[in-house]
Design a binder for this molecule. Structure first.
Ligand SMILES: [Cu+2]
Length: 167
């Protein structure tokens, strides 16, 4: 690319965006130095287009079982108590950043974040904002995933899965 053309392009840009003026000047200076401004151009475009991912989970947020512990032998009905760190438990309805309600998913694994947590016998919603639950489980081994969902039951990347042996 000839220096003349480059200058023309930059003049047009500067009319659109004041931020680009500074960049254009930088590129001009750079171009004067070595004549290669293409790579700078591309990098700037990518930066402008990168969309912020919509993340409803604050960093450092956690959900966990207070009881029972992983691998515990328990009797049915099983009492669960659930806790959080940097995450607020609230009733379902509104979708608020860093808030949602608990789900217990029995023998189905956790739900992929972003998908809606179904309502069926293996997926228990605590949409009232409950932090305690009681489940009847058959004798034998079970896996229970504790997963937070947002106000409209979208699975969040906040889970803890434990294995239980029911007597
Ligand atoms: Cu739910």
């Amino acid at each position: 690319m000839e220096a003349k053309e480059t200058e023309g392009d930059l003049m047009i840009w500067s009319g659109h965006n004041r931020k680009l003026v500074a960049s254009a000047l930088a590129i001009l200076l750079f171009a004067t130095g070595c004549g290669d401004d293409d790579s700078d151009d591309d990098a700037m475009d990518e930066g402008n287009q990168a969309a912020e991912p919509k993340d409803m989970t604050p960093s450092g947020a956690k959900v966990f079982f207070l009881t029972p512990s992983d691998g515990a032998t328990v009797s049915s009905p099983v009492q669960f108590t659930m806790g959080t760190e940097n995450f607020t438990i609230e009733p379902s309805g509104p979708v608020n950043m860093g808030a949602g309600h608990f789900h217990l998913l029995v023998d189905t694994g956790c739900v992929t974040p972003g998908e809606t947590i179904p309502s069926n016998p293996g997926h228990h919603h605590y949409g009232g904002g409950q932090q305690e639950a009681e489940l009847e489980l058959s004798a034998g081994e079970h896996t229970v995933c504790l997963q937070a969902g947002d106000g409209v039951h979208t699975a969040l990347d906040l889970t803890e899965e434990i294995r239980l042996i029911v007597k």
